[in-house]
Design a protein around this ligand. Structure first.
Ligand code: NAD
Length: 413
């Protein structure tokens, strides 16, 4: 099952609990439009490499398309469509005035120099410029893109259009129009959601252990905030090259220092090396996938021993694995809720850029907490009313909201 087939199955599984006409479900199973671009990239040695990229507009019933841009060798048209579809559901989950979009370039940035990455980023922003804009489609960071890349995107877009338009992209550096609190927003939002879930499960204040897969923006801050804000013990972390495990706990700043110095988590002296596969099956209370999709599958789900899976990555659990985890009474807090803090603070950044009224970090965190805590409890109520999984409940709530807007707007022309 590819990522888009996973999304379609997740929608189908929510349908029995919805009162929705079939035609709207059919519309939601397809992206509205997908732009495919070829970017000629001038290499430092004078040669040219043609790189392929995409931007998918899935649905804009609730507002302009919103979603990140991914740089990864496995990016494909189908993956970008799936990620944009999840964004539609996620923005509705967090009650944001947005639809779903996503972009990506099929490239291994480890093969490129910083100046090649800048030229590629500017080439992509230019190629998709007619597809984006503050009221059209607002891209943001995702895997292997960061605030610096957003700054190049905005600068390119503004130069093409000859005007200042800071809210055409979010996730920018604070110095270039970004919002305070955007850097750790995805993980912070996930921490708030986990806090509420622990209360529901009667686990608040207990000594719990955590394994985090991925040590980029989301996994790195995830390790830090889950330890600092919730007082839980993170015993395993990993990146694309492998992981480290210490049942006594891993100090975030020491792991980060090792990663900065050596480029990987593996080989950390404060733990024993483990593989990404082993990390998911550790005897811990909480597993946090925070890297790529499709890592929890029917072949490893039955070996998982955690009682909570907090999906900070997009699409980490296949529907087959989801069913196995549900049967084992493992609580899966779905991506569309668990990692919605990033797009929520992106929305705050968009508002600040449009009004010129910039908020304090404390204000950003307070508003984020209020929004996600409300979303969590509304979803939990649906879960309890229908006796369904948290993922199904989140889809029921999001699809109801999207379809309500689509009904008013009508199917036209
Ligand atoms: P990132 O580029 O900052 O970090 C990605 C991390 O994943 C790196 O540590 C990398 O080494 C690791 N990784 C890559 N391939 C791996 C593999 N095969 N096994 C284990 N680890 C691997 O990206 P990010 O922004 O932290 O995004 C991580 C996930 O969170 C993605 O699924 C992304 O879509 C999702 N997400 C990100 C945001 C955001 O605001 N950045 C928001 C919502 C969801």
């Amino acid at each position: 099952m590819n990522a888009h087939e996973m999304f379609v199955k997740q929608v189908d599984e929510a349908v029995p609990f919805l009162t929705v006409e079939d035609e709207y479900i059919e519309i939601l199973k397809n992206p509205k439009e997908v732009l495919e671009v070829s970017i000629p990239l001038r290499l430092d040695d004078g040669g040219v490499k043609v790189v392929r990229g995409w931007r998918s507009h899935h649905n804009n019933a609730l507002g302009p398309y919103k979603g990140g841009v991914r740089y990864h060798p496995n990016v494909s048209r189908e993956e970008v469509i799936a990620l944009s579809s999840w964004m539609t559901v996620k923005c509705a989950t967090a009650q944001l005035p947005y639809g779903g979009g996503k972009g990506g370039i099929s490239v291994n940035i480890r093969d490129l120099s910083p100046s090649e990455i800048e030229r590629l980023s500017r080439g992509y922003a230019m190629a998709i410029a007619r597809f984006t804009g503050t009221d059209i489609d607002i891209p943001a960071p995702d895997v292997y893109t960061n605030p610096q890349v957003m700054a190049w995107f905005v600068d390119t877009y503004e130069k093409i259009n000859g005007r200042s338009e800071p809210s055409c992209y979010t996730g920018k550096p604070v110095e270039a129009g970004g919002s305070l609190g955007r850097g750790d927003a995805t993980s912070r939002g996930g921490t708030y959601i986990l806090r509420e879930a622990l209360k529901k499960h009667g686990l608040e204040g207990k000594e719990l252990t955590v394994a985090v897969q991925g040590f980029g923006n989301v996994g790195g801050y995830g390790h830090k905030l889950i330890s600092e804000e919730l007082g839980l013990k993170v015993v395993a972390v990993s990146d694309s090259r492998g992981g480290t495990y210490n049942p006594g706990g891993l100090d975030h700043s020491s792991v980060k220092k090792h990663k900065t110095e050596t480029g990987s988590i593996a080989g950390f002296s404060g733990g024993e090396d483990i593989t990404n596969e082993e990390l998911l099956e550790l005897n811990v209370d909480i597993v946090v996938p925070a890297a790529l999709e499709g890592v929890i599958t029917e072949s490893n789900a039955s070996d998982m021993r955690a009682c909570i899976v907090l999906e900070l990555a997009n699409g980490p659990t296949t529907p087959q694995a989801d069913a196995i985890l549900n049967d084992k009474n493992i609580e899966v807090i779905p991506d569309v809720l668990a990692n919605s803090g990033g797009v929520t603070v992106s929305c705050f950044e968009w508002i600040q850029g449009r009004t010129g009224d910039y908020w304090t970090e404390k204000d950003v965190q307070k508003k984020l907490d209020e929004k996600l805590t409300t979303a969590f409890h509304e979803i939990w109520k649906i879960k309890e009313d229908f006796k369904i999984s948290t993922r199904k409940a989140a889809y029921v709530r999001a699809i109801s909201r999207i379809v309500a807007a689509m009904r008013f707007k009508g199917i036209w022309p």
